[in-house]
Design a protein around this ligand. Sequence first.
Ligand code: VTB
Length: 326
Amino acid sequence: MENSNQAILDRILTLELVRVTESAAVAAARLRGQGDEKAADQVAVDAMRTELNRLPIDGKVVIGEGERDEAPMLYIGEEVGTKKGPKVDIALDPLEGTTICAKNLPNSLAVIALAEGGSLLYAPDVYMDKIAVGPGYPEGIVDLDKPAAENLAAMAKHKGCKVGDLTACILDRPRHAKIIEEVRAAGCAIRLIGDGDVAGVIHTTDPEETGIDIYIGIGGAPEGVLAAAALRCIGGQMQGRLILDTPEKVARAAKMGIEDPKRKYSMTEMAKGDVLFAATGVTDGNMLDGVKFSSSEIFTHTIVMRSSSKTVREIKARHQDIGKFG
Ligand code: VTB
Protein backbone atom coordinates (compact mmCIF):
# COMPACT_ATOMS: atom_id res chain seq x y z
CA MET A 1 0.00 0.00 0.00
CA GLU A 2 2.78 2.45 0.93
CA ASN A 3 4.22 2.23 -2.57
CA SER A 4 1.00 2.59 -4.47
CA ASN A 5 0.36 5.81 -6.38
CA GLN A 6 -2.37 6.64 -3.93
CA ALA A 7 -0.03 6.38 -0.95
CA ILE A 8 2.65 8.50 -2.60
CA LEU A 9 0.08 11.11 -3.49
CA ASP A 10 -1.21 11.12 0.06
CA ARG A 11 2.30 11.71 1.35
CA ILE A 12 2.63 14.71 -0.91
CA LEU A 13 -0.82 15.91 0.09
CA THR A 14 0.16 15.92 3.75
CA LEU A 15 2.50 18.80 3.07
CA GLU A 16 0.19 20.47 0.57
CA LEU A 17 -2.43 20.69 3.28
CA VAL A 18 -0.18 23.02 5.24
CA ARG A 19 -0.58 25.70 2.59
CA VAL A 20 -4.34 25.44 2.91
CA THR A 21 -4.50 26.09 6.65
CA GLU A 22 -1.65 28.64 6.54
CA SER A 23 -3.52 30.68 4.02
CA ALA A 24 -6.79 30.67 6.01
CA ALA A 25 -4.94 31.50 9.23
CA VAL A 26 -3.09 34.46 7.74
CA ALA A 27 -6.31 35.90 6.32
CA ALA A 28 -8.16 35.56 9.64
CA ALA A 29 -5.20 36.86 11.65
CA ARG A 30 -5.39 40.19 9.82
CA LEU A 31 -8.75 40.66 11.57
CA ARG A 32 -7.73 39.54 15.06
CA GLY A 33 -9.26 41.59 17.81
CA GLN A 34 -11.48 43.57 15.43
CA GLY A 35 -14.65 42.29 17.06
CA ASP A 36 -16.05 41.13 13.72
CA GLU A 37 -16.45 37.35 13.81
CA LYS A 38 -18.28 37.12 10.52
CA ALA A 39 -15.67 39.09 8.58
CA ALA A 40 -12.82 37.04 10.05
CA ASP A 41 -14.62 33.81 9.17
CA GLN A 42 -15.39 35.00 5.64
CA VAL A 43 -11.80 35.87 4.75
CA ALA A 44 -10.62 32.54 6.17
CA VAL A 45 -13.23 30.67 4.11
CA ASP A 46 -12.26 32.50 0.91
CA ALA A 47 -8.55 31.88 1.43
CA MET A 48 -9.03 28.21 2.30
CA ARG A 49 -11.26 27.60 -0.68
CA THR A 50 -8.79 29.17 -3.11
CA GLU A 51 -5.95 27.00 -1.84
CA LEU A 52 -8.08 23.85 -1.71
CA ASN A 53 -9.03 24.27 -5.33
CA ARG A 54 -5.34 24.11 -6.26
CA LEU A 55 -4.90 20.65 -4.71
CA PRO A 56 -4.68 17.59 -6.96
CA ILE A 57 -7.73 15.93 -5.42
CA ASP A 58 -11.27 15.00 -6.30
CA GLY A 59 -12.57 16.29 -2.99
CA LYS A 60 -15.97 16.56 -1.39
CA VAL A 61 -16.65 18.73 1.65
CA VAL A 62 -18.47 16.54 4.19
CA ILE A 63 -18.03 18.80 7.23
CA GLY A 64 -18.04 22.42 6.17
CA GLU A 65 -19.53 25.83 6.65
CA GLY A 66 -23.10 24.56 6.71
CA GLU A 67 -25.84 23.18 4.49
CA ARG A 68 -25.84 24.31 0.89
CA ASP A 69 -28.68 26.83 1.31
CA GLU A 70 -27.07 28.56 4.28
CA ALA A 71 -23.40 28.63 3.21
CA PRO A 72 -22.38 29.97 -0.19
CA MET A 73 -18.88 28.54 0.07
CA LEU A 74 -17.38 25.33 1.38
CA TYR A 75 -20.88 24.05 2.02
CA ILE A 76 -21.49 20.38 2.76
CA GLY A 77 -21.36 18.57 -0.58
CA GLU A 78 -19.24 21.18 -2.40
CA GLU A 79 -16.68 19.64 -4.69
CA VAL A 80 -13.18 21.01 -4.37
CA GLY A 81 -9.76 20.41 -5.90
CA THR A 82 -8.57 20.01 -9.47
CA LYS A 83 -10.52 16.72 -9.79
CA LYS A 84 -7.27 15.12 -11.04
CA GLY A 85 -6.44 13.02 -8.04
CA PRO A 86 -7.82 10.68 -5.40
CA LYS A 87 -11.41 10.85 -4.19
CA VAL A 88 -11.29 12.28 -0.71
CA ASP A 89 -13.65 13.49 2.00
CA ILE A 90 -12.83 16.80 3.58
CA ALA A 91 -13.79 18.16 6.98
CA LEU A 92 -12.84 21.77 7.54
CA ASP A 93 -13.22 24.77 9.73
CA PRO A 94 -11.36 27.71 8.18
CA LEU A 95 -11.66 29.60 11.48
CA GLU A 96 -12.35 27.42 14.51
CA GLY A 97 -13.11 29.85 17.31
CA THR A 98 -14.41 32.90 15.44
CA THR A 99 -15.19 34.66 18.72
CA ILE A 100 -11.72 34.03 20.14
CA CYS A 101 -10.21 35.46 16.96
CA ALA A 102 -12.50 38.48 17.09
CA LYS A 103 -11.37 39.08 20.68
CA ASN A 104 -7.77 37.98 20.02
CA LEU A 105 -7.86 35.38 22.79
CA PRO A 106 -5.86 32.11 22.73
CA ASN A 107 -6.32 29.01 20.58
CA SER A 108 -8.22 29.95 17.44
CA LEU A 109 -7.14 27.73 14.55
CA ALA A 110 -7.57 27.14 10.84
CA VAL A 111 -8.29 23.41 10.57
CA ILE A 112 -8.71 20.75 7.90
CA ALA A 113 -8.91 16.96 7.77
CA LEU A 114 -8.76 14.88 4.62
CA ALA A 115 -9.64 11.20 4.41
CA GLU A 116 -10.43 8.50 1.89
CA GLY A 117 -13.92 8.94 0.48
CA GLY A 118 -16.59 7.58 2.85
CA SER A 119 -14.43 7.44 5.95
CA LEU A 120 -15.53 10.49 7.94
CA LEU A 121 -18.78 10.60 9.90
CA TYR A 122 -21.26 12.77 8.03
CA ALA A 123 -22.41 14.69 11.07
CA PRO A 124 -25.16 17.28 10.89
CA ASP A 125 -24.47 20.65 12.50
CA VAL A 126 -25.91 19.75 15.90
CA TYR A 127 -24.27 19.39 19.30
CA MET A 128 -22.16 16.40 20.29
CA ASP A 129 -21.38 15.11 23.76
CA LYS A 130 -17.64 14.38 23.82
CA ILE A 131 -14.92 12.92 25.97
CA ALA A 132 -11.26 12.72 24.95
CA VAL A 133 -7.92 11.78 26.44
CA GLY A 134 -4.45 11.68 24.93
CA PRO A 135 -2.18 8.70 24.19
CA GLY A 136 -0.65 6.41 26.80
CA TYR A 137 -3.79 5.16 28.54
CA PRO A 138 -5.19 1.64 28.15
CA GLU A 139 -8.12 1.38 25.75
CA GLY A 140 -11.42 2.21 27.44
CA ILE A 141 -9.88 4.13 30.37
CA VAL A 142 -12.71 6.67 30.14
CA ASP A 143 -16.28 6.33 28.94
CA LEU A 144 -18.83 8.95 27.97
CA ASP A 145 -21.46 7.13 30.02
CA LYS A 146 -19.48 6.82 33.24
CA PRO A 147 -19.59 9.47 35.97
CA ALA A 148 -16.78 12.04 35.70
CA ALA A 149 -15.38 11.02 39.10
CA GLU A 150 -14.96 7.42 37.92
CA ASN A 151 -13.20 8.44 34.70
CA LEU A 152 -10.88 10.82 36.52
CA ALA A 153 -10.07 8.25 39.22
CA ALA A 154 -9.15 5.68 36.55
CA MET A 155 -6.85 8.17 34.83
CA ALA A 156 -5.16 9.17 38.06
CA LYS A 157 -4.66 5.53 39.04
CA HIS A 158 -3.05 4.75 35.70
CA LYS A 159 -0.77 7.77 35.91
CA GLY A 160 0.10 7.13 39.53
CA CYS A 161 -1.03 10.60 40.56
CA LYS A 162 -3.95 12.20 42.39
CA VAL A 163 -7.14 13.37 40.71
CA GLY A 164 -6.09 16.79 41.96
CA ASP A 165 -3.04 16.62 39.67
CA LEU A 166 -5.27 16.39 36.58
CA THR A 167 -6.91 19.19 34.60
CA ALA A 168 -10.11 18.90 32.58
CA CYS A 169 -10.90 21.27 29.74
CA ILE A 170 -14.58 22.23 29.52
CA LEU A 171 -16.43 24.82 27.40
CA ASP A 172 -17.74 27.59 29.65
CA ARG A 173 -21.46 27.19 29.03
CA PRO A 174 -24.49 27.06 31.35
CA ARG A 175 -25.30 23.60 29.95
CA HIS A 176 -22.16 22.33 31.66
CA ALA A 177 -23.09 23.41 35.20
CA LYS A 178 -23.65 19.83 36.35
CA ILE A 179 -20.50 18.34 34.86
CA ILE A 180 -18.42 21.26 36.17
CA GLU A 181 -19.82 20.63 39.63
CA GLU A 182 -19.02 16.90 39.37
CA VAL A 183 -15.46 17.49 38.19
CA ARG A 184 -14.83 20.06 40.92
CA ALA A 185 -16.29 17.73 43.55
CA ALA A 186 -13.86 15.03 42.38
CA GLY A 187 -11.02 17.46 43.14
CA CYS A 188 -9.89 17.86 39.53
CA ALA A 189 -8.75 21.25 38.20
CA ILE A 190 -10.76 22.74 35.34
CA ARG A 191 -9.76 25.00 32.51
CA LEU A 192 -12.88 26.70 31.27
CA ILE A 193 -12.61 27.82 27.66
CA GLY A 194 -14.82 30.31 25.85
CA ASP A 195 -14.70 28.55 22.48
CA GLY A 196 -12.48 26.28 20.45
CA ASP A 197 -13.02 22.73 21.53
CA VAL A 198 -11.02 21.26 18.62
CA ALA A 199 -7.98 22.80 20.30
CA GLY A 200 -9.30 21.60 23.67
CA VAL A 201 -9.33 17.98 22.47
CA ILE A 202 -5.94 18.24 20.75
CA HIS A 203 -4.45 19.67 23.93
CA THR A 204 -5.08 16.38 25.74
CA THR A 205 -2.37 14.80 23.61
CA ASP A 206 0.40 16.76 25.30
CA PRO A 207 -0.56 17.47 28.94
CA GLU A 208 2.95 18.56 29.87
CA GLU A 209 2.90 21.30 27.27
CA THR A 210 -0.76 22.32 27.49
CA GLY A 211 -1.73 21.45 31.04
CA ILE A 212 -4.84 19.60 29.81
CA ASP A 213 -5.41 15.89 30.56
CA ILE A 214 -9.01 15.36 29.49
CA TYR A 215 -11.64 17.15 27.45
CA ILE A 216 -15.27 16.75 28.57
CA GLY A 217 -18.54 18.26 27.45
CA ILE A 218 -20.91 19.29 24.72
CA GLY A 219 -19.69 21.19 21.66
CA GLY A 220 -20.38 21.23 17.95
CA ALA A 221 -20.63 17.86 16.15
CA PRO A 222 -18.56 19.08 13.16
CA GLU A 223 -15.81 20.10 15.58
CA GLY A 224 -16.12 16.63 17.13
CA VAL A 225 -15.34 14.91 13.83
CA LEU A 226 -12.40 17.24 13.21
CA ALA A 227 -11.04 16.55 16.68
CA ALA A 228 -11.47 12.78 16.19
CA ALA A 229 -9.50 13.03 12.94
CA ALA A 230 -6.69 14.80 14.79
CA LEU A 231 -6.57 12.24 17.60
CA ARG A 232 -6.54 9.40 15.07
CA CYS A 233 -3.24 10.83 13.86
CA ILE A 234 -1.53 11.61 17.17
CA GLY A 235 -3.03 8.86 19.30
CA GLY A 236 -5.52 9.15 22.10
CA GLN A 237 -9.10 8.11 22.71
CA MET A 238 -12.35 9.88 22.08
CA GLN A 239 -16.06 9.11 22.16
CA GLY A 240 -18.92 11.23 20.89
CA ARG A 241 -22.70 11.09 20.81
CA LEU A 242 -24.80 13.38 18.64
CA ILE A 243 -27.47 15.27 20.54
CA LEU A 244 -30.53 14.66 18.43
CA ASP A 245 -33.16 15.94 20.83
CA THR A 246 -35.92 16.90 18.42
CA PRO A 247 -37.69 14.88 15.69
CA GLU A 248 -36.40 17.44 13.18
CA LYS A 249 -32.77 16.78 14.15
CA VAL A 250 -33.33 13.01 14.08
CA ALA A 251 -34.74 13.37 10.57
CA ARG A 252 -31.85 15.57 9.42
CA ALA A 253 -29.37 13.05 10.77
CA ALA A 254 -31.25 10.17 9.14
CA LYS A 255 -30.90 11.93 5.78
CA MET A 256 -27.16 11.89 6.32
CA GLY A 257 -27.23 8.15 6.97
CA ILE A 258 -27.45 8.11 10.77
CA GLU A 259 -29.84 5.33 11.72
CA ASP A 260 -29.40 5.15 15.48
CA PRO A 261 -29.81 8.64 17.01
CA LYS A 262 -28.42 7.54 20.39
CA ARG A 263 -25.31 5.84 19.07
CA LYS A 264 -22.05 6.38 20.88
CA TYR A 265 -19.25 6.78 18.33
CA SER A 266 -15.66 5.83 18.96
CA MET A 267 -12.86 7.92 17.52
CA THR A 268 -12.36 5.40 14.70
CA GLU A 269 -16.05 5.40 13.88
CA MET A 270 -15.91 9.18 13.45
CA ALA A 271 -12.74 9.10 11.36
CA LYS A 272 -11.71 5.76 9.88
CA GLY A 273 -9.22 4.85 7.16
CA ASP A 274 -6.17 6.95 6.45
CA VAL A 275 -6.64 10.51 7.67
CA LEU A 276 -4.54 13.63 7.17
CA PHE A 277 -5.00 16.57 9.52
CA ALA A 278 -3.56 20.09 9.58
CA ALA A 279 -4.09 23.08 11.86
CA THR A 280 -2.42 26.49 11.79
CA GLY A 281 -2.58 28.84 14.77
CA VAL A 282 -4.45 32.08 14.19
CA THR A 283 -4.09 33.51 17.68
CA ASP A 284 -1.35 32.39 20.07
CA GLY A 285 -2.21 29.15 21.82
CA ASN A 286 -0.94 26.45 24.13
CA MET A 287 0.42 24.32 21.29
CA LEU A 288 0.61 26.61 18.28
CA ASP A 289 1.80 30.19 17.94
CA GLY A 290 -0.50 32.60 16.21
CA VAL A 291 0.41 34.29 12.92
CA LYS A 292 3.00 37.05 13.24
CA PHE A 293 3.43 39.90 10.81
CA SER A 294 6.46 42.05 10.11
CA SER A 295 6.99 44.59 7.34
CA SER A 296 8.60 41.99 5.07
CA GLU A 297 7.62 38.57 6.40
CA ILE A 298 4.76 36.56 7.79
CA PHE A 299 5.37 33.76 10.29
CA THR A 300 3.01 30.79 10.66
CA HIS A 301 3.00 27.74 12.93
CA THR A 302 1.27 24.59 11.76
CA ILE A 303 0.86 21.03 12.97
CA VAL A 304 0.27 18.44 10.24
CA MET A 305 -0.12 14.74 10.69
CA ARG A 306 -1.18 11.49 9.13
CA SER A 307 -2.91 8.55 10.79
CA SER A 308 -1.31 5.70 8.86
CA SER A 309 2.24 6.70 9.74
CA LYS A 310 1.42 8.60 12.97
CA THR A 311 3.98 11.21 11.89
CA VAL A 312 3.36 14.56 13.53
CA ARG A 313 5.16 17.50 11.95
CA GLU A 314 5.30 21.00 13.25
CA ILE A 315 6.04 23.50 10.54
CA LYS A 316 7.18 27.00 11.42
CA ALA A 317 7.14 28.91 8.17
CA ARG A 318 8.60 32.29 7.20
CA HIS A 319 6.80 33.67 4.20
CA GLN A 320 8.71 36.37 2.37
CA ASP A 321 6.39 36.47 -0.61
CA ILE A 322 3.71 38.13 1.48
CA GLY A 323 1.86 39.27 -1.64
CA LYS A 324 0.64 35.69 -2.18
CA PHE A 325 -1.68 36.08 0.78
CA GLY A 326 -3.53 38.96 -0.87
C1 VTB B 1 -17.67 24.54 20.19
C2 VTB B 1 -16.42 25.30 19.83
C3 VTB B 1 -16.61 26.31 18.77
O1 VTB B 1 -18.96 26.31 19.26
O2 VTB B 1 -17.93 23.50 19.32
C4 VTB B 1 -18.84 25.48 20.38
O3 VTB B 1 -15.41 24.46 19.38
C5 VTB B 1 -20.15 24.85 20.74
O4 VTB B 1 -21.28 25.62 20.50
O5 VTB B 1 -15.44 27.10 18.66
P1 VTB B 1 -21.92 26.84 21.36
O6 VTB B 1 -21.03 28.05 21.13
O7 VTB B 1 -23.28 27.01 20.78
O8 VTB B 1 -21.96 26.47 22.78
C6 VTB B 1 -17.84 27.15 19.07
O9 VTB B 1 -17.64 27.86 20.27
C7 VTB B 1 -18.11 28.12 17.93
O10 VTB B 1 -18.27 27.42 16.73
